[in-house]
Design a protein around this ligand. Structure first.
Ligand code: DHB
Ligand code: FE
Length: 287
């Protein structure tokens, strides 16, 4: 059976891609952020995932405001990136796992999640930047992904509690998947940021700390916030935390935080990275 080994959550700011292309990892501005990935590299080398289920939000590359699914699941054998206009190199295509995708899609629909299934799906910086951070030098060959896109762009957005449940449904589905795969889950974006309007540049360190504390073992407390309260606390783009909620939901065992890094700012964003381990609960089937 497949095993859920844990989850990684990380900011996905596009300028990180520019810093990588220009080899600025050790510049004073960037070092405190990139250093936070040393542990992630160690953890990935030790845990050896086969597949990453990646919860992210598309920013207008694959979906636009004319047609914007609340939840979309990739079912392609590979996912391409294209130039989004950020001035960062286009990433190499990333391999998919259509068998696992269809297993998750079937389980989600059976669980009454009316998702959009995508046999052709472009991935934007919200997938490629975290991949480049986790596996520098595009060393993700051998890793397959299942991208799951959550609408954080056009209101009405799904609630935090709905995204937690989406993750739980995917976690149960992974745990019932027959092949012996080591599966990790990834949540991208956040933490607090607002890119436009009167509060452009808004960051809320105190609220970010609360998010990082509660996501480990009390995500239900965060799930009580309404989207409008979340925007007030975390900024208009801070709602990317929905991806973190789904990631956490998919960890169906006992969860421990093994790494955290927080650094203000990267571009306009409070940059955060966490690694959560998932340990099967002895004598109990995954919740
Ligand atoms: C920035 C942050 C994002 O989440 C994003 O998608 C684009 C830009 C920023 O802080 O510049
Ligand atoms: Fe974003």
């Amino acid at each position: 059976m497949a095993t859920i080994i844990g989850g990684v959550a990380t900011t996905h700011v596009p300028s990180i891609g520019k810093a990588i292309a220009e080899k600025k990892q050790n510049d004073p501005y960037w070092k405190p952020f990139f250093k936070g990935f040393d542990y992630v590299h160690y953890w990935l080398a030790r845990e050896k995932p086969d597949v990453a289920v990646v919860f992210y939000n598309d920013h207008g590359l694959n979906f636009f405001l004319d047609k914007l699914p609340t939840f979309a699941v990739g079912a392609a054998s590979q996912y391409r990136n294209e130039d989004e206009g950020w001035g960062i190199p286009v990433s190499r295509a990333i391999a998919g796992d259509p068998d696992l995708s269809w297993h998750l899609i079937n389980a989600l629909v059976a669980d009454e999640f009316d998702i959009t299934m995508c046999q052709d799906m472009l991935i934007d910086h919200a997938v490629t930047i975290p991949m480049a951070l986790m596996w520098p030098g595009e060393r993700w060959q051998g890793i397959r992904i299942v991208p799951v896109s959550i609408n954080t762009v056009q209101h009405p957005l799904p609630s935090l509690s709905r995204c937690l449940k989406l993750g739980q449904s995917i976690g149960r589905a992974i745990a019932s998947y027959k092949p012996e795969l080591r599966v990790m889950v990834v949540g991208t974006g956040g933490l607090s940021h607002q890119l436009d309007g009167k509060r452009a540049g808004f960051i809320n360190k105190e609220f970010d700390q609360l998010c990082m504390d509660k996501i480990v073992n009390e995500p239900e407390i965060l799930a009580r916030y309404s989207i409008h309260d979340w925007v007030e606390q975390a900024g208009a783009q801070g709602v990317e935390f929905l991806n973190w909620m789904a990631m956490r939901g998919a960890l169906t065992g006992e969860v421990t935080e093994v790494h955290r890094n927080y650094h203000i700012p990267i571009s306009n964003t409070a940059a955060a990275t966490v690694v959560l381990e998932n340990h099967p609960i002895a004598g109990r089937k995954a919740a």
